[in-house]
Every structure is written in C-alpha cells, then in structure tokens.
Design a protein. Structure first.
Length: 213
C-alpha cells in the first residue's frame, strides 16, 4: 500500500498520470488503518458510556463534582399533540422544551421536578391540575391561547413575576398558591379566580372573585 507521499509524486505539476496510476490512487486509502484516539472524540473521553458509570468533573479548587449529572433535560418532539397524565413526575428534570404543536398538558404531567423556567406553547388552551406543581419555577410564560389554568397547576413554586393574558377566563383554586415571592398580579376583569388561587401574600388587582359571583 502506497503512502500519501508516494501518491503525491504521481500528480506533480507537468506529470501525466497513466490509468494504472489512478487505480493505484483509488486502491491506496492510506488512512484506512489509522485509528482515531477515542479520548479525542467529544463525549467519549471516558470510553463508551455505561448506565452505571459516573465520571466526576473537576471544578474550582480541584474539587470533584457530580453537578453536571444532575442536569436532566426533556425535549418534546415536534408533532406531539398531548402530554399524558403523570408523564414525568419526580424525575429531577431541570430543563423542559415543549414543542409548538402541543395542545394539552396532562394532570401532574411535570410535577415535583426542578424546573426553573417554563414557556407554554401557543396552542395550549388548558393547563391541567398540578401540571407544574412543586417545582422551582421563577419564570413562567403563558400564551394568549390559554383559557383555563386548573387547580394547583403552579402551586408551590418560586414565581416572583407573572403576566396572565386577558384570554385566561378561569384560574382554579390553589393554581398559584404557595408562591410567596409573587407580591402582586393584575387580572383582566373577565378572569375568574378563587380566594386561594394565589398566595395569601399576593395582592390581586382586577379579575372577578368567584365567591363574589
């Protein structure tokens, strides 16, 4: 098998390679026996991953850390229409990307995780009971398409600022309760809510209190 240096001599300026020279070139894949060092391939620095193998990272001060293993992400595939009830309960999820095709999010779908931010897709009209309860949400984006936020949908989070679109017609009991950092919320006058829809520390401006109807 010819080396690449030998092959290069066949095609120098002014040379007229013969047909057999081309065949020699095609037959001489000089690199085919070369092996790529696995440690140089991104993601395989520690060999092929196995489910029970955990490789610690080195952080400041030379300390070992497993923090990178605690980041769990879920990506909902485009074309998905529905998230079933109890789809991903208490899995330690810290990041969630919902596809724009999504129509419904089931009861307890993502409850008891570690989500910090959330954007609801434009086609979702109802946010089910406890769908995102017991997370660490500080930021939630609710689109104009949402008509109802059901019981305890976002209870026990860390929401500090929130915009409820005027298209939301009903907010269920405890929907945003136990979010003590949410100091105030402004609702459209047609948005119905219950006395415990929000935390006791949250000042509600506007809206229609169900007990007053």
């Amino acid at each position: 098998m010819k080396t690449k240096e030998e092959l290069r001599l066949l095609f120098e300026n002014g040379d007229r390679p013969a047909q057999e020279d081309f065949w020699t070139w095609l037959d001489s894949y000089w690199h085919k026996d070369e092996k790529i060092d696995m440690t140089k391939i991104a993601g395989l620095e520690n060999g092929f991953p196995r489910v029970n193998d955990f490789h610690a990272e080195i952080i400041e001060g030379g300390n070992a850390s497993l923090a990178h293993l605690q980041v769990r992400r879920i990506f909902i595939k485009p074309g998905t229409l529905h998230i079933p009830d109890r789809f991903a309960v208490a899995l330690g999820i810290s990041e969630l990307t919902l596809t724009s095709s999504l129509l419904t999010v089931g009861v307890d779908a993502f409850s008891s995780n570690a989500l910090k931010t959330l954007t609801i897709p434009e086609n979702v009209s109802i946010i089910s009971e406890r769908a995102f309860a017991f997370n660490q949400l500080s930021s939630v984006v609710i689109p104009d398409s949402v008509k109802e936020i059901k019981d305890s949908a976002f209870t026990s989070n860390r929401i500090s600022a929130l915009y409820i679109p005027p298209g939301v017609l009903k907010i269920g009991p405890n929907a945003f309760n136990y979010n003590p950092d949410l100091s105030s919320i402004r609702l459209d006058r047609n948005t119905q809510y219950y006395p415990d829809s929000f935390d006791a520390k949250t000042r509600v401006v506007g809206g229609t209190l169900v007990s007053d109807m």
